[in-house]
Design a protein around this ligand. Structure first.
Ligand SMILES: Nc1ccn([C@H]2C[C@H](O)[C@@H](COP(=O)(O)OP(=O)(O)OP(=O)(O)O)O2)c(=O)n1
Length: 829
């Protein structure tokens, strides 16, 4: 519904929605002001200000100043209540004659504070011709006064293409991210993967010696995490074969910077964002020459003030010699593979973040080679540069957060090891650099006057938790001191598949909308099928034009200011086909009752992903696959393979032989212990492969039994069928059996369990869950419990077991959204 503006002040009659927002913001202001009860003075008592548009100091700082000096800050202009409107500039065209609204420069506030008295506002009026009659803000604030936007709706409009490129760029980036996560998984599954870099490092160290370490690395107990990030990646790749462009300010963008100014109602849209408490920086407000985004800019361009994500028009203003260069996605991918392959020569303890960024746990590697962290960083960076002709920066620390923050200091083309007193180092880090501190958290923190981690360190845990909730409060408390317990994830499992479109969405009616939803469902189906998965939860994400947003957006066919509406539906069985996805999506949208004309963005997301069985329980999947093969062709796991992005299946297949025998009996106790979802899946697949399963069970016995008896006829039986399988059976037997012995030794000989050992075993079990080796997990838990009981161990041991179980269950929930049903069995000793 369009809003009405019956009177001149516009802001007073925007309905309950706006009222609620206003009220909430005002309440927040009062709450924040109360925090300064003891420190504030009364300088601005009785004065209320509203900040319009860009101002220096910015709006949020003015808000703080009003808090500290007893004034009132209005997030909205309030007719008859706002005493002064603060602004640094307003376009003349928008200004009409006013009736008494005082439009003053922000320096008035600053000067009043400096002078400790209220100065005459007339010396600070924004326009000299307004000493008696101020310019009107009506034209500025009342949407109906602004020319309606000319709408260009056809794809023949040149800007349509620019939008398309912009969106396809983000699509490319996210696809590349997935590719490299998968690539690391592939490499880790490859038994033949070699680490030639390790020997090279050993040779290097034996010839040069360890330059930094006074003590051998094995004596250093803490982890060494490395964060690697390519410098201005798209730029570096774009100019790697163009030496003439080295040292030049460069921007990667699809446009040349000479496009006409869009015809949208820019100012009004910016205001609508500001009404939501967003603070716009100068760049976003003043640039409108070209809406083409700078995807990446060189450090020479950054020195002139250009930033990634800035619009090209503004970038050119700041840096007229800026040279735009085009995208080159094929080359980005090529360089990314070189980067990942280089690191993989040394270790695969890699958590891929994106095409140009990863975390590496170097602890083991450094211990093995006795090389120092910075020596290794230097060697690695040199190698990356030699192979890719692109620079990268490296940060090192005891955890991922420290490593990432260290990279910021290292950039560009440098390295830094955050070693000494991380808490102190973090004092000067802006809170916005912390993970999970997005716009709204940092805005809230700023409203408390907190900008740096040092400021944050002064707040008690209790205070943080009361403001941000227990979880975020605790995370902030730890992170601002450089503490981060989040472990690296080496095997990353795809959690969702989605397709979102947030440009060009303009429907005249429901049937246009539904036709589009059909297309989008097909897109999602294609994407989820491409990775051989299905989803059990479907989410429709809508961007709906906000009531105060202009009908047409400043950015051509953009989404403008929107309210986000998200609705999910859980399905009884997983789906991946387009008709099912479309049917579910239509069900959801019909319940939402949103006018199709107001839609500005649509996304469909599938979560709770599972492969046919592959992802939910790859062990089981592989067992079944192997058996299918056994009934026909002989199983011959390949010994040599080439690794490529498409080699996943080959690798999974190779793994079959190890895994299938560990799951050679899908017995009742295993089934019962599994979370419900997995049970259903097992049953479903067993139904589909009943014959195979029966055949299989006749031949094999449980690996658990093998461990107990240490003598296994059935293994021999299998041996005659397929020697490769037998070899792996034996490995499996040895490793599980070995572990059992180790457990027994540990439990029986130690008076009380050492925390260090406990952590080791818990991490190992968690890794089994991540890798989906659930049967192995159950075997180990079973023996752990059995030994604590049979050796009549102390309560400390019982607690150690229970806390292990607890961690296992937490990890199960994280990975499988369900717990193992074994609590009862293990409650007694
Ligand atoms: N919203 C985004 C984010 C990233 N990228 C692209 C361009 C970058 O070159 C590349 C890597 O992103 P980074 O955030 O690492 O940025 P840069 O590598 O350009 O710069 P820096 O040296 O600061 O890491 O991904 C993009 O086009 N749009």
């Amino acid at each position: 519904m369009r809003r009405k503006h019956e009177d001149s002040n516009g802001f007073e009659h925007w309905g309950g929605y706006m009222e609620m927002k206003k009220q909430k913001l005002q309440e927040q202001f009062v709450k924040d002001a109360a925090l300064y009860q003891d420190e504030k003075d009364e300088l601005f008592k009785g004065i209320s200000v509203f900040v319009n548009g860009y101002s220096d100091p910015p709006a949020d700082e003015i808000r703080n100043l009003m808090i500290q000096h007893g004034g009132i800050y209005h997030h909205y202009y309030r007719s008859g209540k706002t005493t002064y409107v603060i602004a640094s500039n307003l376009p003349d065209s928008k200004i009409k004659q006013t009736q008494g609204i005082k439009f003053v420069k922000p320096s008035w506030i600053v000067d009043c504070i400096r002078e400790k008295k209220i100065l005459d506002y007339r010396d600070y009026l924004l326009y000299t011709n307004q000493s008696k009659t101020q310019p009107s803000i009506k034209g500025l604030f009342s949407p109906q006064k602004v020319d309606s936007t000319k709408v260009a709706k056809t794809a023949s409009d040149e800007r349509f293409l620019s939008e398309f490129y912009n969106n396809s760029r983000l699509h490319h980036i996210s696809t590349m991210g997935s590719i490299f996560k998968q690539y690391v998984n592939d490499l880790r599954l490859d038994k033949d993967h070699r680490y030639p870099g390790i020997n090279e490092l050993k040779t290097y160290i034996s010839s040069t010696g360890n330059l930094e370490l006074e003590e051998p690395l094995e004596a250093i107990s803490s982890k060494v995490i490395m964060h690697i990030d390519m410098d201005c990646f798209f730029v570096s790749v774009g100019i790697r074969n163009r030496p003439e462009l080295k040292g030049v300010p460069i921007a990667v963008t699809h446009a040349k910077g000479n496009r006409p100014q869009p015809n949208g109602n820019v100012k009004k849209e910016i205001e609508a964002y500001q009404n939501r408490g967003y603070h716009f920086d100068k760049d976003k407000i003043n640039e409108m020459d070209s809406m083409a985004e700078v995807a990446s800019c060189s450090y020479e361009a950054r020195a002139a003030g250009v930033k990634n994500g800035m619009f090209l028009g503004q970038a050119l203003k700041l840096c007229p010699s800026l040279k735009p260069i085009p995208y080159d996605f094929d080359s980005y991918k090529e360089v990314s593979f070189d980067l990942y392959n280089t690191v993989a020569r040394y270790t695969l303890d890699i958590e891929a973040v994106s095409c140009d960024e990863m975390y590496v746990d170097c602890t083991e590697l450094l211990r093995t080679t006795n090389i120092s962290p910075l020596q290794f960083a230097q060697i690695l960076r040199d190698e990356v540069k030699r192979k890719t002709k692109c620079p990268c920066s490296v940060g090192l620390g005891a955890n991922r957060l420290q490593a990432r923050i260290a990279t910021k200091k290292a950039k560009p083309d440098g390295q830094f090891h955050l070693q000494d007193d991380p808490e102190r180092f973090f004092e000067n880090i802006p809170v916005s650099d912390l993970p999970g501190v997005g716009y709204s958290t940092s805005y809230k923190l700023k409203s408390f006057g907190i900008r740096s981690c040092g400021d944050l360190q002064k707040l008690s845990l209790e205070k943080l938790q009361s403001e941000f909730g227990n979880k975020l409060g605790m995370t902030l408390f730890k992170n601002c001191r450089g503490i981060d317990e989040k472990e690296l994830i080496f095997n990353q499992v795809r959690k969702s598949v989605s397709a979102d479109v947030n440009y060009g969405i303009r429907f005249k009616n429901d049937s246009e909308r539904d036709a589009f939803l059909k297309q989008l469902s097909e897109e999602v189906a294609q994407r989820v099928q491409a990775i051989k998965m299905k989803g059990k939860c479907i989410t429709l994400k809508l961007m709906v034009r906000s009531k105060d947003a202009p009908e047409e957006t400043a950015k051509y066919m953009g989404h403008g200011v929107c309210d986000n509406v998200t609705k999910s539906s859980s399905l009884s069985s997983a789906i991946s086909d387009a008709p099912s996805i479309n049917r579910e999506v239509l069900k959801i949208i019909s319940k939402l009752n949103i006018d199709a004309k107001e839609l500005r963005g649509i996304g469909i997301q599938l979560t709770r992903l599972e492969g046919a069985l592959e992802n939910k329980n790859s062990v089981l999947m592989k067992f079944l696959e192997t058996n299918k093969q056994e009934t026909g062709d002989k199983v011959v796991p390949s010994k040599k393979k080439e690794i490529s992005t498409s080699s996943l299946n080959k690798n999974s297949f190779q793994r079959n032989s190890v895994i299938d025998l560990s799951l050679s009996q899908v017995d009742q106790s295993f089934l019962k212990a599994m979370p419900k979802d997995i049970q259903e899946e097992i049953m479903m697949s067993l139904k589909n492969t009943k014959k195979v399963k029966n055949d299989f069970f006749k031949k094999r016995s449980s690996p658990i039994k093998r461990i107990e008896t240490k003598e296994d006829e059935s293994t021999k039986e299998s041996a005659s069928e397929n020697s490769n399988v037998v070899e792996d059976t034996f490995n499996n037997y040895i490793s599980l059996g070995g572990l059992k012995n180790l457990l027994e030794e540990w439990v029986s000989s130690e008076e009380v369990p050492l925390a260090k050992d406990l952590t080791l075993i818990i991490n190992y079990l968690k890794e089994l869950i991540t890798k989906r080796y659930l049967q192995e997990l159950l075997v180990i838990l079973k023996y752990f419990h059995r030994f604590v009981r049979s050796y009549k161990k102390s309560d400390q041991w019982k607690n150690a077991f229970l806390s292990t179980l607890n961690s296992v269950q937490e990890k199960m929930v994280e990975v499988f959204k369900g717990t193992l049903a074994i609590e009862e069995e293990y409650a007694h000793f």
